[in-house]
Write a protein that binds this ligand. Structure first.
Ligand SMILES: O=c1ccn([C@@H]2O[C@H](COP(=O)(O)O)[C@@H](O)[C@H]2O)c(=O)[nH]1
Length: 275
C-alpha cells in the first residue's frame, strides 16, 4: 500500500492531529526529568505511550535526539519502532537535502524499512533544487514511503526565499507545489508526495495571489498551537485541501505530560477540535 493510501486511511480512522515528539531540554525539566540520556528516554517513550495509539502521525524531530549522540539516536530508533507498533505513521523530521549522490544515502538511511531509522516518511529540503530530491522520490516510490517537501514553512523568515519569484513569475513556494502536483498526478486516493505548509502563513504569495493546495498530496501544517496557528487558520489557508492536512503540534501538546492519560486526553481534544 502506498504512503498516500496509508496516510488517507490513517486520517479517516484517527483524525488530523500530528503529534510532535520533540524532547526539548526545558520540557524534560518541566516533567521533573534530568536533561540527560535517561531523561530523554523516559520523556520520549512516555510521549509515545500517551500519543502514538491515538494519532494518525507522530513526528519526532531528529535534532533533539542527535543532541545526545549515538545513544540519543538509539532512543530515536525505539521511538520509531514503538510508534509504528502502536499503529501510528512515523514522519521523521530531518529536513535533509543535498547533492543527489548524498541524498541517496540519506534516503537509504531513513526510507528503507530495513534501516534502523526507517520511517514511513521524512521531511526534505528542496533548496538545492527540486531535482536534487530525485533519489528521495525514487527511494520513497520503491519502498512505499512518503516525502514532505518544505514549501511554505511556518517561520517568519521563510518568505524571503519562498515568496521570491522565478523567471515565469511564480513564487518559489508555488513552484514546489507544482512539482508535487506532477508527482501525485492520477494517484488515488492521494499521492505520496506531500508539502510542509505552516499553519501560520497568510495563504497568499508576495503578490497577494492565494496558493492552490489541491496538489493531490498530504500536507503537514506545523505551527499549530505554540507558534500561534489555530484550527480556524487551517480552514482559511487550505480550504477544500484541509481534509488532507495534519496539524502538527509539539510543545503545546507535550506540556500536558508527564501523565500518559493527560497526553492522550489533549490529543483527543485537539483531534475533535480539528474535525
Ligand atoms: O515549517 C516548519 C517545519 C517544521 N517545523 C517543526 O515542527 C515542530 C514545531 O514544534 P512546536 O513546538 O509545535 O512549535 C518542530 O519540530 C519544528 O522543527 C516547524 O515548526 N515549521
Amino acid at each position: 500500500m502506498t504512503f498516500g493510501a496509508r496516510y488517507a486511511a490513517a486520517l479517516s480512522e484517527r483524525g488530523r492531529l500530528c503529534a510532535g515528539i520533540d524532547p526539548h531540554a526545558s520540557l524534560l525539566l518541566d516533567w521533573g526529568l534530568n536533561d540527560d540520556l535517561a531523561g530523554l528516554e523516559k520523556f520520549a517513550l512516555t510521549a509515545v505511550e500517551g500519543l502514538a495509539p491515538h494519532v494518525p502521525v507522530v513526528k519526532p524531530q531528529s535534532a533533539f535526539y542527535e543532541r545526545f549522540g549515538s545513544r540519543g539516536v538509539a532512543v530515536l530508533e525505539r521511538v520509531i519502532a514503538e510508534s509504528k507498533a502502536a499503529g501510528a505513521l512515523v514522519l521523521l523530521d530531518i529536513k535533509r537535502g543535498d547533492i543527489g549522490s548524498t541524498s541517496q544515502a540519506y534516503a537509504d538511511a531513513y526510507l528503507d524499512p530495513a534501516s534502523p531509522l526507517g520511517s514511513d516518511a521524512v521531511t526534505v529540503s528542496p533548496y538545492l533544487g527540486f531535482g536534487s530530491l530525485t533519489p528521495f522520490v525514487e527511494t520513497a516510490t520503491r519502498f512505499d514511503a512518503g516525502l514532505f517537501v518544505l514549501a511554505l514553512t511556518s517561520n517568519k523568515e521563510g518568505p524571503e526565499v519562498q515568496h521570491a519569484t522565478v523567471e515565469d513569475g511564480r513564487s518559489v513556494g508555488r513552484v514546489m507545489l507544482d512539482h508535487l502536483r506532477r508527482l501525485n498526478e492520477a494517484e488515488t486516493p492521494l499521492g505520496s508526495f506531500g508539502a510542509v505548509v505552516g499553519a501560520t502563513i497568510d495563504g497568499a504569495d508576495g503578490a497577494g495571489v492565494a496558493y492552490d493546495f489541491g496538489f493531490n498530496g498530504p500536507i503537514l501544517a506545523p505551527g499549530f498551537g505554540e507558534q500561534g496557528g489555530t484550527s480556524a487558520d487551517l480552514a482559511r489557508i487550505f480550504g477544500a485541501a484541509n481534509a488532507s492536512v495534519v496539524a502538527s503540534t509539539s510543545r503545546g501538546l507535550l506540556r500536558k505530560g508527564p501523565s500518559v492519560a493527560a497526553l492522550r486526553d489533549e490529543a483527543l481534544r485537539l483531534r475533535d477540535e480539528l474535525g
